[in-house]
Design a binder for this molecule. Sequence first.
Ligand code: SAH
Ligand code: SF4
Ligand code: F3S
Length: 465
Amino acid sequence: MTETLVPPQDGQSAPKRLFIKTYGCQMNVYDSERMADVLRPLGYATTDTAEGADFVILNTCHIREKAAEKVYSELGKLRAMKDERAAAGQGAMTIAVAGCVAQAEGEEIMRRQPAVDLVVGPQAYHQLPELLTRTARARGERIGADFAPVDKFDALPAARGGDGVTAFLTVQEGCDKFCTFCVVPYTRGAEWSRPVAAVLAEARELASRGVREVTLLGQNVNAYDGEGPDGAPSTLARLAYALADIPGIDRIRYTTSHPNDMSDDLIAAHGALEALMPWLHLPVQSGSDRILRAMNRKHGRAKYFDLIDRIRSSRPDIALSGDFIVGFPGETDADFEQTMDLVRRARYASAFSFMYSPRPGTPAAGMAGQVPAPVARERLHALQTLLWEQQTAFNAAMAGRTMDVLFEKKGRQPGQAIGRSPWLQSVHVDHADHLIGRIVPVEIEYGQQNSLKGRLVKQKAVHGA
Ligand code: SAH
Ligand code: SF4
Ligand code: F3S
């Protein structure tokens, strides 16, 4: 176990203010919480604004150019704040860049923005306390170029989960797939899974704090092969069964999955394990075999259709979600039409779609046939229109049904509460704010593009008594 250098606590001093801004995927959200946890013993309390903060961390995303560029404009603003603070004699503001941009362009960040004090990659967050004490002496630390998630997870405190009833739990990190458009294998390193015992311990801790729904995270979460109790690799399905045995953990989801790692036992678990929610994010990226090959996705459209058929036989009401890229190099109108056709046949409950963004160091960035932006934009618009129609239809079809809703938080109206359906829809219910933290049957009145409206049903009405 790696030891973390934590200076002695000083109960007298005022808390130092920590502001973490998070970009990108859910794993960054999880990591930001872990960073806050590891800094708490040093006297840092989180605030929700950079104004007046002693320590600012930008937890960044490198997936598309826009995401990465946002970081530099944010750093410009922070620099001005830092200078003002110093001029007013209010003490130093330390600025750190964490996350995938830190891993991919650490040196460039230091060069482009001298106000940055330290750069820390995703596998080095447990070293933040030590780094901070060192930064007080020397600026310009850059850490985390080598990947050692084992150390990271051993040394970071287990997730506490906010005050919420839902929480993320990272079980797998990294990617060995090397899709030709994607930076993740370079920013997160090779696939690595946490041992079952560590995941279960963290889930028990979450449950003891009132968490009832966990979303297991991994860049390829269904490739999970963490060490099981017998020393042999487990599977995600087996992990899900073990998690479902923890009192208090009533709902389990996982994201993101790769079609090639969708194993038979996981598909079967969707039919057999009640706690496994009927929701699956299974990105396909394109509906064209030619483009899928160029993307190095290692499967074609027929395999994807076969897969979703098998998943739907196991769990007929499963809500399918996906990711799509339009304008990949060489994509013709006919290729794009194949994507539209795939979407029409697969029927998504929700999906994300993006214009291809060339990323430095990835094979696709150098490919011939880069698609002009106006063409890609038009395709994106057509695809998104179709996906929105599907999402709205999926939600509208819920009208009249009664479903279990996990109430998460208060709504905008007095007395209103917002919960989650089994299919990850937001459900707004009046006179329900006393039910936060509970799973309660709700009758859906109507569904809209982004949410459902429902009313509480009397228990006896549900059972027909
Ligand atoms: N591990 C996940 C996805 C990680 S990135 C998977 O394999 O599906 C999230 C999404 O961002 C991807 O699914 C893809 O649709 C999109 N994406 C990744 N790289 C991109 C790029 N260079 N340009 C546009 N979108 C990209
Ligand atoms: Fe990126 Fe492909 Fe890995 Fe997903 S599977 S993280 S898209 S390389
Ligand atoms: Fe972005 Fe890194 Fe997640 S590139 S999408 S923050 S893994």
